[in-house]
Design a protein around this ligand. Structure first.
Ligand code: CA
Length: 397
């Protein structure tokens, strides 16, 4: 449909040009809207630009219009240029500016257009005192024919052109966090892999350009982090997300060097009672270890990852990530009908009621038609370095 519209428009414009008695070749052929109310339906959006950016592009066929979005602060005066550096010799470009995006698009008529104000037949345009918003720069070729490389540069002519969106570069944005969680869940499901392997797969197969364009396509609902541009996105934001997921899913290179630590006979009895009390398809087990608090001051994720390495796992365990509410652990004890006795015994035996809780969980299909779910509750006493681990597993048919 896009191609048809353009071709129809080109034919119409060519006919018009041919009729001109002065052989006018200065008619700029814009993306032809053909009844469409917005230019974005007729162009190929290649990316987002920040002021100071220069991006390379290439026309590989005739009839191409490439577009780049950028965000401007109120009053911004901007200059866009197809530079001689990086552009093919003899390329004849056109350049158009559309916008601002009104929520449904960039409109159907260019604010500014240029043919040859740059070097030779290359284009350069400026726009002064823009209103705040998202804009679209469209690069085309003269009479829509011509192929070759170009380099488009966007600069600010008024000191401060970029909108002041405060982007927190120290936290993985929620949208991306969700994206990676979905990627891990899909891979665990599709490949029956462990969450750790799934994360490594997701992390190692990021297509940065694709991912950026998924979230930042110049539309009105672009994520806030899009305003930092693709380079910062790739180098900083993705790095923060990777670190966050690495902390959860990749065991530390030096583990906590734990030693076995006894649990009381009463705790053993309670765990056995829970095991006996649950249905045919469950298990409950527990043990304790200890790390040296003089040598380690681990995060809950580091403790959980160390424990994952200690478990003779019935399922591939993945760290559930971060500290969990104490109530989650207590509610598991309630399900097993040992809550009050176990909490009292833990307090006595470990000489403390100050603990933090993490967990690892996973699932597997030990044989056809049976799903096994297991959780390892990791209860850490930071004062003593004692770690009490309680594993429960449930099978469903
Ligand atoms: Ca030109």
């Amino acid at each position: 449909m896009r191609r048809l519209g353009l071709i129809a428009g080109v034919v119409a414009m060519a006919a018009f040009a041919a009729c001109g008695d002065d052989g006018n070749t200065d008619v700029l052929i814009e993306p032809v809207l053909d009844g469409k109310s917005d230019v974005t339906s007729r162009v190929d959006i290649k990316g987002n630009m920040r002021f100071g950016d220069a991006l390379a592009g290439s026309f590989t066929e005739d009839l191409e219009f490439h577009a780049y979005t950028f965000a401007a602060a109120d009053g911004a005066s901007v200059v866009a240029e197809i530079t001689q550096l990086g552009s093919s010799r003899g390329l004849d470009t056109t350049l158009f500016l559309y916008g601002p995006n009104n929520g449904s698009g960039y409109g159907s008529s260019a604010l500014v257009r240029d043919d040859n104000d740059g070097w030779g037949a290359l284009s350069k345009l400026s726009a002064e005192r823009l209103e705040a918003g998202s804009y679209l720069l469209v690069v085309g070729t003269k009479d829509t024919a011509g192929r070759g490389d170009y380099r488009i540069e966007l600069t600010c002519a008024s000191g401060e052109c970029a909108p002041k969106v405060v982007v927190d570069l120290a936290t993985c944005p929620a949208d991306l966090e969700y994206y990676f969680e979905e990627c891990i869940a899909d891979d665990v499901f599709d490949s029956q892999s462990s969450p750790q392997d799934a994360w490594e797969y997701c992390r190692d197969n990021i297509d940065v350009v694709d991912l950026y364009e998924t979230f930042c396509n110049g539309s009105a609902d672009d994520a806030d982090f899009c305003s930092v541009g693709e380079t910062v996105f790739a180098n900083e934001i993705l790095g923060v997300c990777a670190d966050q997921f690495d902390a959860i899913h990749v065991p530390p290179t030096t583990d906590l060097d734990v030693i076995q630590w006894p649990i009381s006979d009463e705790m053993d009895d309670l765990l056995l009672a829970a095991y006996d009390g649950c249905s045919d398809y469950c298990t409950v087990e527990g043990f304790a270890v200890k790390y040296d608090t003089a040598k380690f001051d681990p995060t809950i994720d580091e403790v959980v990852n160390t424990i994952i390495g200690q478990l003779d796992a019935p399922v591939p365990y993945g760290n559930d990530g971060g500290e969990r509410p104490r109530a989650d652990f207590e509610s598991e004890l309630s399900v097993l009908e040992i809550r009050d006795e176990m909490l009292a015994e833990m307090k006595t035996w470990f000489s403390s009621d100050t603990f933090i809780v993490g967990s690892a969980s996973g699932s597997a299909q030990p044989w056809a038609g049976v799903d096994l779910y297991a959780t390892a509750w990791v209860v850490v006493y930071p004062d003593s370095g004692i770690v009490f681990v309680m594993e429960s597993s449930y099978a469903t048919e």
